[in-house]
Write a protein that binds this ligand. Structure first.
Ligand code: PXG
Length: 291
């Protein structure tokens, strides 16, 4: 496996960063998780735009232009010869000293592109659906660390994941600091009620997921009414269907929340229809490359 690091392609074993890198010391940096399907990179422009937005918010300079980054991503996929890839782009503040001050990093930003095979969720998750729970850890307040910033500091989400695992579940629902439903530890959440689709707005406590937006687009194309609306736990409990969206997970049905069965306790028909449509879209739209 070849990893792109600081402008060079290096063997996995040689691709290393300093122990003084502020990405490691403080989680000071940003990242994106991207996927390609059959030699098409899905929503590459949107992922690159979001990476630059995260970086702008934390005043981090990305050492390549958007076009150069796109080229570097495509090139790294090609070098690794993957038709279906999971791509991780990481930009750290770089090497500094042991203090927080980002000025000490003197523009040493490190850009890393890792391309690997996708770790697919077990097919059973899609067939049977997930049972999930709401956890005590609330999503970061947007004026503390805004969930729109896909930063290297994911402890908020990891704590939620630990709470779910400790209780015997695979995924956690996080509430925002007011108490409304925000998102899961690494996925956005949707419910369906009376053939309408609902997902929380992105302004309070959730990341504006690129899969989330793709699902809203599919809903529009199917003329399904969809709403970005504050959501309470009650609304989740009484929904007809529920599913999660994310680059890694795609669309995963949820069949139980906090011990309440959703619909008839099986993945719902609208969820299945959206998943089928999504799997078609990702193999049709995208930035093409050849191996
Ligand atoms: N919310 C959060 C907090 C995320 O980290 C999503 C929603 C979905 O966004 P996209 O744009 O991917 O539809 C994410 C996704 C993983 C993993 O292994 C997922 C993410 C980050 C790191 C790992 O599932 N981000």
């Amino acid at each position: 496996m070849k990893v792109f690091i600081d402008g060079e392609l290096k063997d996995k074993k040689e691709a290393k960063i300093s122990v003084f890198d502020h990405g490691l010391l403080y989680g000071d940096g940003v990242f994106e998780g991207i996927r390609s399907y059959d030699c098409l990179v899905f929503k590459l422009k949107e992922h690159i735009d979001r990476l630059f937005e995260s970086a702008k918010s934390i005043m981090l300079n990305i050492p390549l232009s958007k076009d150069e980054l796109q080229e570097a991503i495509i090139n790294t996929i090609k070098v690794n010869g993957l038709e279906n890839a999971y791509i991780r782009v990481v930009v750290t503040r770089g090497e500094g000293d042991l203090g927080l001050d980002p000025r000490k990093c003197k523009g040493n930003e490190t850009l890393i592109i890792i391309v690997d095979k996708i770790v697919l969720y077990p097919e059973e998750f899609y067939k049977k659906g997930l049972k999930i729970i709401t956890v005590p850890t609330v999503r970061n307040h947007p004026e503390a660390l805004n969930p729109q910033i896909k930063s290297l500091n994911y402890l908020n989400n990891i704590l939620a994941k630990i709470e779910a695992i400790n209780s015997g579940f695979n995924e956690a629902i996080m509430l925002d600091s007011i108490g409304y439903v925000a998102e899961c530890s690494g996925d956005n959440i949707f419910v369906i009620k009376n053939d309408n689709i609902y997902t929380p707005p992105q302004c309070m406590g959730s990341l504006r997921g690129i899969t989330r937006d793709a699902v809203l687009e599919i809903a529009d194309n199917f003329n399904i009414l969809r709403h970005e609306h504050v959501m309470t736990r009650h609304e989740m409990y009484i929904s007809d269907e529920c599913f999660l969206t994310g680059t890694a997970a795609e669309i995963i049905p949820v069949i139980e929340i906090d011990g309440r069965k959703i619909g008839d306790g099986k993945p719902g028909p609208m969820t299945q229809r959206l998943l089928e449509a999504f799997r078609k879209v990702v193999r049709k739209d995208g930035v093409k490359y050849s191996l």
